[in-house]
Design a protein around this ligand. Structure first.
Ligand SMILES: Cc1cc2nc3c(=O)[nH]c(=O)nc-3n(C[C@H](O)[C@H](O)[C@H](O)COP(=O)(O)O)c2cc1C
Ligand code: SF4
Length: 453
């Protein structure tokens, strides 16, 4: 794969090694963006098999034998979940609950949308309910921001915590159907959800068909909520103009509550454990917890649940320190849309609202760590190539701006005034967050790594 975490650690070499071991008449190896497995980068995907250096031989044998099924990791199934207090909260709410009391709990916890925009979750429920039914709920499981793999982490381990949170939110807004939009790059997650939704139906916890599992087709832009809704409706995924907002006019014109997978995971935990599960955690003046997806030049890449006030220093420490032989140089604080910061700025809490003064934002909390062996300009070019590939092409500033920026960024000396002009046009005039945030890596590289450009 060719996104930042994979490129840093030798995806190209793995691709070539794989090509060597396969019959080119039978299998073509194509480049693709992030597969959401940055913790085991570099990663390739063959059929439904994920390949990294450790599994290369095993996978080549499996493919030669025609076995391309996904491997299902051990996870907590319905029976195991119900042995604890699983679905007791939902059942109680359905019989005697007051949705406003639940909304108050969500607001008191401080939960904000974990898909990237950080909108206070409880407030959204009220907006959706303000519009007459029928209403829908849509789960955003697209997880396409390179470096992000926290949703997969939770779904491959505790799918029912998320499913119970989804059903609580659906109950709160009286949703007629729950659509789950899940990226096809997660075949194991899709299989787990298929099995566990069937188990919920068999147990009578949901009516057959109430949960509609949809597969995405690999477009990053389909993670933008209105583009996701277009895709759910069977159309090409392109962002809509707002207003109206999807809370008013969503799927098939109906009011729709859209939530990220992890947001719903926390809805279930807040309802069961109380708002303090988030509100009581405090660090550096910030409240709550963040699931940081950490990859790049750290010793132990993975998802780390840490206080929301954590700095990059805390995050690198949690990930086992820097990889052997690497010295910390720079970091991507929250996906390519958040750009790059230098190691000298290591005391900023990586949370909502703290990065804006630095021209960045936390987004999906996808942290990629760069070392003295990497160049910031190469990382920024990698990010812009991703945006160029993934731009839906609907508006000129984004479509043409990404393409021109990629060309200019390949020169030894960047034409900085021209790049800044392009950045301004993209930030001002793009329809959606992709084109508006794509200038961040360019601007931050020019600001913090001037000697490289
Ligand atoms: C280009 C772009 C890509 C996005 N990709 C995702 C995604 O993969 N998953 C996600 O949950 N939100 C994504 N979002 C944010 C969604 O539009 C939306 O804010 C979110 O799904 C709302 O859920 P939340 O309030 O629970 O975070 C993306 C936004 C933009 C602009
Ligand atoms: S900003 Fe880019 S991705 Fe968003 S609508 Fe415009 S062309 Fe499409």
């Amino acid at each position: 794969m060719n996104s930042l975490s994979c490129e840093l650690v030798g995806a190209k070499e793995l691709r070539l090694a794989l090509q060597d071991g396969l019959n080119p008449d039978q299998i073509r190896v194509l480049r693709a963006p992030c597969m959401g497995r940055c913790d085991t980068a570099p990663v390739l995907e063959l059929g439904h098999k994920h390949i990294d250096h450790a599994t290369m031989d095993k996978v080549q044998t499996a493919v030669a034998n025609g076995d391309t099924h996904a491997e299902i990791p051990p996870f907590q199934d319905l029976a195991a979940y119900c042995e604890g207090d699983g679905y007791k909260t939902l059942t109680k709410l359905r019989t005697s609950g007051n949705w406003q009391a639940v909304q108050d709990q969500i607001l008191a916890s401080g939960l904000r949308g974990l898909g990237g925009a950080g909108f206070p979750s409880g407030k959204k429920w009220g907006f959706v309910r303000d519009n007459a039914g029928p209403r829908y709920l849509a789960v955003n499981g697209d997880e396409g921001e390179p470096g992000t793999f926290k949703d997969r982490f939770y779904l491959e381990r505790e799918p029912h915590v998320f499913l119970e949170g989804m059903l609580i939110a659906a109950w709160a807004v009286e949703a007629e159907t729950c659509f789950i939009y899940m990226r096809d790059e997660y075949p194991a997650v899709l299989e787990i959800l298929r099995r566990e939704i069937a188990a919920l139906e068999a147990a009578g916890l949901v009516a057959p068909g109430y949960i509609d599992l949809r597969r995405g087709a690999g477009a990053y832009i389909c993670g933008e909520e209105s583009a996701m809704i277009e895709s759910i409706e069977g159309k090409r995924g392109m962002p809509r103009h707002r207003p109206p907002f999807v809370a008013q006019v969503g799927i098939f014109g109906r009011p729709t509550l859209v939530h990220n997978v992890e947001t719903l995971y926390w809805v279930a935990r807040i309802c069961r454990e109380g708002p303090d599960v988030l509100a009581a955690v405090e660090k550096n003046g910030r409240k709550g917890l963040r699931s940081y997806s950490v990859s790049g030049r750290v010793a132990a890449p993975g998802v780390y649940l840490l206080p929301a006030g954590s700095t990059i220093t805390d995050i690198i420490a949690a990930a086992g320190g820097m990889a052997a032989g690497h010295r910390f140089k720079a970091y991507q604080p929250g996906g390519p849309s958040s750009g790059l910061l230098p190691a000298s700025m290591d005391d900023i809490p990586l949370d909502f609202d703290t990065l804006q003064p630095h021209g960045s934002f936390i987004g999906s909390a996808a942290v990629v760590v760069l070392s003295d062996q990497d160049r910031a300009r190469d990382a920024a070019l990698n990010m812009l190539r991703f945006f160029e590939d993934e731009s839906c092409g609907q508006c000129t500033p984004c479509r043409v701006g990404c393409e021109k920026a990629v060309k200019l960024m390949q020169a030894d000396h960047w034409d900085q005034p021209l790049l800044e002009e392009i950045c301004q046009a993209m930030a001002d005039a793009s329809i959606c967050g992709l084109g508006q945030a794509a200038p961040n890596p360019i601007r931050m590289t020019m600001a913090h790594f001037p000697d490289e450009v």
